[in-house]
Design a protein around this ligand. Structure first.
Ligand code: NIG
Ligand code: FE
Length: 416
């Protein structure tokens, strides 16, 4: 079925000549079209234009289509959430209390809490249970405007359980209307039984997990938690080299807990993105400049763990692109609400609303290799977008934080 939406107050983030991402000063660019219509066919955007030029006898429309009158509402491209861990079993609010009492993320991890706690819970959960709970999270994320999600493994930490997680992600890919990308994150933490034999765990990742993940074609990307107390830069290099050999492009966790060298390693191995980046100095920004690696900031994790903020403003002023994702996971960011990320981008990181919108749409689409299909309103891209409630301005979206301003969510041109 085709879809025609008329009388749209404003289409936001329109592109006539699509770009891969926006960097530096260009992040302030946000093209819009007032009083507009959009036409969708076969799940893709076929055309859009001003209502002044609208005629319903346009031969492109064919004869059968649903019409939606969007008077007073704005149309935005769906958010792209390029970093999540939404396949997990059980929440971790007990640690949250520990954090309130003053324990750090690393201290909790050292006591066998954190990621290892989630690994224990995941081990005893069935694929069906993991699938059902992830479906609920995906649905909630979509109701807040997200249309594309990257999902990592990393709560398995054994070959069997990592494959279990990735098979759940594959099932989500096959059944969910959202766009989904899968990332293998066997190097998320060292499991308890390998604490004194870390090299053996890394050998297992390299010699067993990566070949098996690749043979079942279960992942699009490979990730390593390259940070203080987790994996060193030389361990990360070994893992990334093997991943690349099996066709898995890196997207890595870097510089969340210390100036770990992870950003430089990511750049060296052509990572699609380096994520977190709380500890970023000039050397890191210089290393990123002019590369194809997207610096990705996760405001939810910094907020939830009370961490220092990544220097997003300086990065953009330096000429870099910046993407922002939710990091939805049970330990450091139990929310996938990208409207909150948009607000935090402006309020906490001092991005202008246009920069923040680029950070959660176009730049995150790039960071999950979906920029040809998602991230803006352009002819040929997939019809993943939302209509807002009646809002006065584009800037109202980040300004009115905390309330859900989405009236209708469309994936593949269909209301969900
Ligand atoms: O991105 N930093 C590493 N991994 C996750 C946290 C996972 C967890 O605590 O369960 C993150 O914040
Ligand atoms: Fe993460």
């Amino acid at each position: 079925m085709n879809l025609l939406i008329i009388n749209i107050k404003k289409i936001v983030q329109v592109e006539t000549q699509p770009v891969s991402f926006r960097a530096g000063y260009e992040m302030q660019r946000l093209d819009t079209l007032d009083n507009a219509y959009i036409f969708v066919s076969g799940g893709r955007i076929k055309g859009f234009g001003s209502m002044d030029a609208f005629t319903d006898s346009n031969p492109d429309f064919g004869c059968k289509y649903d019409t939606v009158d969007a008077r007073g509402q704005m149309l935005f491209p769906a958010f792209c959430d390029s970093h999540t861990h939404i396949v997990y079993a059980g929440s971790r609010e007990i640690e949250y209390i520990d954090k309130i009492r003053g324990l750090s993320y690393e201290e909790i991890a050292k006591r066998g809490g954190g990621i290892l706690h989630s690994a224990e819970r995941l081990h005893s959960a069935s694929e069906d249970e993991l699938y059902e709970s992830a479906c609920l999270r995906l649905h909630e994320m979509a109701m807040y405007g997200t249309g594309a999600v990257e999902i990592k493994s990393g709560y398995g930490l054994t070959t069997e359980d990592e494959l279990k997680m990735l098979r759940v992600i594959r099932r989500l890919k096959e059944t969910s209307p959202l766009e989904i990308k899968a990332t293998f994150l066997g190097a998320h933490a060292v499991p308890l039984q390998y604490q004194k034999r870390k090299k053996m765990y890394i050998d297992l990742i390299i010699n067993e997990m990566i070949p098996m993940v690749a043979s079942e074609d279960l992942a699009d990307f490979i990730d390593v938690f390259c940070d203080k107390g987790f994996f060193t830069t030389s361990e990360t290099e070994r893992i990334l080299m093997q991943g690349l050999k099996y066709g898995l492009r890196p997207k890595i966790h870097a510089n969340e807990l210390a100036c770990s060298g992870g950003i430089q390693i990511g750049v060296k191995y052509g990572a699609l993105s380096v994520d977190h980046l709380e500890y970023t100095k000039e050397a890191e920004m210089l290393a990123l400049l002019g590369t194809e690696t997207m610096p990705t900031i996760l405001p939810g994790a910094a907020f939830f763990l009370n961490m220092p903020l990544a220097p997003a403003r300086q990065m953009i002023d330096y000429g870099l692109p910046v993407a922002m994702a939710s990091d939805y996971n049970p330990g450091s960011s139990p929310s996938g609400n990208m409207q909150m990320i948009l607000s935090m981008a402006c309020i906490k990181y001092r991005l202008l609303p246009a920069e923040a919108i680029n950070a959660v749409t176009l730049n995150t689409a790039y960071a999950m290799n979906l920029n040809e299909d998602c991230g803006s309103i352009a002819v040929g891209k997939k019809a993943h977008f939302f209509l807002t409630e009646e809002i006065p301005t584009v800037e109202f979206m980040p300004y009115a934080y905390g309330s859900n301003k989405i009236k209708k969510m469309f994936l593949h041109g269909q209301i969900i």
